[in-house]
Design a protein around this ligand. Structure first.
Ligand code: AMP
Length: 210
């Protein structure tokens, strides 16, 4: 079983590229952000506990996200391989992930130097609350304005895609998530990609690696 770890700042295109990899290679996209948002929508105990943290753009505790990820990875659909989107975000999470054994593994770092690109991408992002598909009002608009191409229901802007929360998410990324880059680099499993390019060009680079 292969594991592809997609790594990068908020707005670097992890979710969009994970969707494309899923379509092309058949590996299943596992997004910890989608898992936690599903809990919030269901108003489960976990969902109610973490909603405010997500809305502030802060990280939810390692043990909570790890519990959700482990439960998701029990499903058989991942047996051909899976893509982790949004995990690990701390060194502790990276170490936990390394203990979940797979046959082969690669970490792809979607690098964006210019912060204004990140902010603009996040402010223009729309997502489907049912299938989690990601659109952009600018780069990747749905066929019908405001409506999901597959589900036909209204797209939404994420509650954490607002200017203040975005600023917080970027600084948390710098402080808590960036050290994970060195971890993968030292293990010799990090591939860096220029993620400021258009979606198709970024995907081409990923295709070559995979
Ligand atoms: P994302 O969809 O990856 O941007 O994640 C949205 C929010 O979910 C984050 O800002 C965090 O609050 C929470 N979250 C997602 N993945 C993790 C993780 N691996 N560790 C901690 N919090 C996470």
């Amino acid at each position: 079983m292969k594991r592809v770890i997609l790594f990068g700042a908020p707005g670097s295109g992890k979710g969009t590229q994970a969707e494309a990899i899923e379509k092309r290679f058949g590996y299943v996209k596992v997004s910890t952000g989608d898992l936690i948002r599903a809990e919030v929508r269901m108003q489960s105990k976990i969902g109610l506990e973490v909603k405010a943290t997500i809305d502030k753009g802060e990280l939810i505790p390692d043990h909570v996200i790890l519990g959700l990820l482990k439960k998701r990875l029990q499903k058989d659909d991942i047996l051909n391989g899976y893509i982790v989107d949004g995990f690990p975000r701390t060194l502790a999470q990276a170490i936990e992930l390394s203990q979940m054994k797979v046959d082969s593994e690669i970490a792809i770092y979607l690098k964006i130097g210019n912060e204004s690109v990140i902010v603009q991408r996040l402010l223009s992002r729309l997502t489907c609350p049912r299938c989690n598909a990601i659109f952009s009002m600018i780069n990747n608009p749905p066929k019908v304005e405001g409506v999901c191409d597959s589900c036909g229901i209204a797209l939404r802007q994420r509650t954490d895609d607002n200017a203040e929360t975005i600023r917080n998410r970027i600084s948390i990324y710098r402080e808590q998530t960036k050290p994970v880059i060195s971890y993968y680099r030292e293990k010799g499993m990090l591939m860096e990609i220029d993620a400021s390019l258009p979606v198709e060009s970024v995907f081409k680079q990923i295709e070559e690696i995979l």
